[in-house]
Design a protein around this ligand. Structure first.
Ligand SMILES: Cc1cc2nc3c(=O)[nH]c(=O)nc-3n(C[C@H](O)[C@H](O)[C@H](O)COP(=O)(O)OP(=O)(O)OC[C@H]3O[C@@H](n4cnc5c(N)ncnc54)[C@H](O)[C@@H]3O)c2cc1C
Length: 486
């Protein structure tokens, strides 16, 4: 695994907070500082589990609403969860996790504006290369995704009938949910280049092959995006816009605002009495108590927490069935400058096989250095850092006809499948789950527990935007519940 620098300048302060004694002190919102250490925890209004975008947004909203009796508990020694910046030389960044936003993602765009984080568009105009086996072809791209016009029309028309927040109410919902994307495409006689494009799009968008994801789920995504191009493309789509400083800067800025309320290195191991007025949390740093808990993490990660009493059957079954595998691996290759633009290339390579799925330009906005990021096929790319670097530089050099690719200044590799606290990038919902009665348990509160995290976003779920929406909703519902009790 590579040498990741996860945090900005505040890392020293936050590392200090993560260091045990101070973390126990930090929970106090009102000044009774060492209560946790003495085994007599102060009762907070709210504890938020998880300092990803959802948890931090929820915390920020509580704070802005005037409530300062809360803490955010984060298992890792950094904030951001599935957003993570690789720090490159010269103070540049490249994202190992979530990075783009696009039209319609208003919640995350608003958050960026509030935090004064600027955005810029990806560069996608130019020649790109498509490769399969030892063959390759270069073609001009404008950032849209080419599939046969009739197929796109059929997908968009079907998606328009699938309400993203209630996909199970769509006409033929059960039939579409029983079917994988692959089965639907086969019924439409889709083959050749269109099938290849759909296979690659599926891996990148839903994080799995077309055989593993429900067609109804994919249609619900097309529905919230507003059509195929809006979901899959760069130009005018969900892969269009980036954040200056890398996406983790959003999480870092929120954490900086929240200061000592965010406790790093504090994994929640058990939650007791969630059905009573005061809930007790056992963490790796001691016990805490609160009136309300916001669970800002993905459903399968909740399985690591021991709940007493046990969660309702439907919630447990949902957590068990929720996709929990993260076969996504991303790399960043840095160069002195983005020389590929000189030759008219946009830096993109799409590959039907081998270690590479999709390489794309990820240079900083002023292009002081050149960066090519890539999504990789786990299992095909060597887990050894140096071997993987050689594999990829050769591939880039061969695909774009330029030996300068062989000598990068830096290389980072990040395999999300190796992460303890992120079991999936996005959720490739398997056929049958979306129309099962278990889905009602996704955001149905259990006693004092409010379920949050991008999976509960309602729109753009699976995306950073969904995470922000889910955090806002959880904060609002929790504040309302506290007020009702007062
Ligand atoms: C490779 C990759 C590429 C992506 N690309 C994009 C993209 O381009 N655009 C986009 O919009 N989205 C993208 N996403 C998805 C996006 O990053 C996520 O949807 C979003 O960041 C999820 O935020 P969250 O707060 O809901 O969950 P998370 O980020 O998963 O946060 C949950 C937090 O809870 C913590 N936690 C877990 N268990 C415990 C515990 N027991 N105790 C305490 N803390 C715990 C975790 O450490 C984590 O920090 C991508 C994701 C990946 C991995």
């Amino acid at each position: 695994m590579n040498n990741l620098s996860a945090r900005g300048p505040a890392i020293d302060r936050r590392s200090l907070l993560a260091s045990g004694a101070l973390a126990a002190v930090a929970v106090s919102a009102t000044g009774a500082t060492d209560a946790v250490a003495q085994g007599d925890p102060e009762i907070l209004d709210v504890i938020i589990v998880g300092a990803g975008l959802a948890g931090l947004t929820a915390a920020r909203d509580l704070d802005r609403a005037g409530n300062n009796s809360f803490a955010v508990l984060e298992a890792r020694d950094r904030v951001g969860g599935r957003v993570l910046n690789h720090r490159l030389a010269g103070g540049h960044f490249s994202e190992a996790g979530g990075q783009w936003i696009g039209p319609g993602q208003t919640a995350i765009a608003d958050l960026a504006r509030e935090l004064e984080v600027e955005t810029f568009d990806s560069i996608y105009d130019g020649r790109m290369v498509f490769r399969w086996g030892s063959d390759r072809v270069a073609f001009e791209s404008d950032g849209s995704i080419e599939i046969e016009a009739g197929l796109m029309k059929r997908l968009d028309a079907l998606a328009a009938q699938v309400p993203h927040d209630r996909p199970w109410t769509a006409p033929n919902a059960r039939e579409l949910d029983r079917m994988s994307i692959a089965q639907w495409l086969a019924r439409q006689n889709v083959g050749g280049l269109d099938l290849l494009t759909m296979k690659i799009a599926s891996v990148l968008t839903v994080g799995s092959g077309i055989g593993n994801c429900s067609m109804l789920y994919y249609l619900s995504m097309l529905n919230f995006a507003g059509g195929f191009q809006r979901l899959e493309a760069q130009k005018g789509g969900a892969q269009q816009t980036r954040f200056v400083g890398g996406s983790q800067v959003l999480a870092d800025k929120m954490a900086d605002e929240l200061g000592a309320k965010v406790q790093l290195g504090t994994a929640v191991k058990a939650i007791r009495n969630w059905d009573r007025d005061i809930v007790e949390l056992e963490t790796t740093k001691g016990r805490l108590r609160a009136r309300r808990i916001i669970m800002a993490l993905s459903p399968p990660l909740c399985r690591k927490i021991a709940f007493a009493p046990a969660l309702p059957d439907a919630r447990r079954a949902l957590q068990d069935r929720w996709p929990a595998h993260a076969p996504m691996c991303k790399s960043a290759m840095a160069y002195k400058r983005p020389f590929w633009f000189d030759e008219g290339y946009n830096g993109q390579i799409l590959s039907a096989d081998g270690p590479l799925i999709w390489a794309y330009d990820n240079s900083p906005p002023q292009q002081e250095i050149g960066v090519i990021n890539a999504f990789l096929r786990v299992g095909e790319v060597s887990p050894d850092h140096e071997t993987a670097k050689r594999q990829l530089t050769r591939l880039f050099a061969e695909s774009l006809d330029d030996d300068r690719f062989l000598v990068p200044t830096e290389f980072h590799l990040h395999d999300w499948g190796q992460e303890e606290w992120s079991v999936s990038c996005v959720s490739p919902m398997p056929p049958g789950l979306l129309t099962s009665p278990l889905m009602a348990a996704l955001d149905e509160p259990c006693g004092r527990l409010c379920w949050s995290g991008t999976e509960t976003g309602g729109i753009w779920n699976g995306y950073m935007d969904g995470a922000v929406r889910s955090g806002r909703k959880a904060a609002l519902e929790t504040l309302q519940a506290l007020r009702a009790e007062a």
